[in-house]
Design a protein around this ligand. Structure first.
Ligand code: SF4
Ligand code: SF4
Length: 147
């Protein structure tokens, strides 16, 4: 089973809005800086903020990630952080069927009839293949720490 058979983004933008903040790990910051062709300090100054000690991407006035654009979706697609690359394969959805059921309501990209077992199996494969699993809760996304 391929990732596309479990999930295909519909570009609705739901996951780019809200106040949770998109965490920028050191690896994310390096990738985003290279994509934007900017120094990391400048990226932090223009687009970052620290919340509870963690570096995150700021929101715009519309309460969406500052990189979200209504017509094109993510404007930094190639340089976007690990949590954005990983969604919907977050720890909660992988370990808990009820969490996945809620995620299906929230994200139209998740195949509605996919079983939790298939979702979890494909999700872990995707996270490993794309090197998205995290281990440091001080600077990486908790949703990607799966032990
Ligand atoms: S909520 Fe799902 S379908 Fe909508 S933009 Fe995010 S990943 Fe894509
Ligand atoms: S970086 Fe891109 S994908 Fe991630 S929240 Fe911002 S606009 Fe959405």
């Amino acid at each position: 089973m391929q990732t596309e058979s479990v999930f295909q983004c519909r570009m609705c933008g739901h996951c780019c809005e809200g106040s949770g903040g998109i965490i920028l790990s050191p690896t994310d910051l390096a990738r985003l800086s290279a994509h934007l062709k900017m120094e990391p300090d400048e990226v932090i100054r223009l687009y970052g903020e620290r919340i509870n000690g963690k570096l995150k991407i700021r929101n715009g006035n519309d309460n969406r990630c500052i990189f979200f654009t209504p017509r094109r979706g993510c404007s930094v697609h190639e340089g976007k952080p690990a949590v954005c690359r990983a969604w919907p394969f977050f720890r909660g959805n992988i370990i808990d069927a009820e969490s996945l059921a809620l995620a299906k309501d929230y994200c139209p990209g998740i195949r509605p009839d996919v079983s939790h077992e298939d979702f979890a199996r494909q999700g872990m494969k995707h996270l490993r293949q794309e090197d998205l699993l995290a281990s440091d809760p001080s600077c990486e996304g908790n949703a990607l720490i799966i032990r």
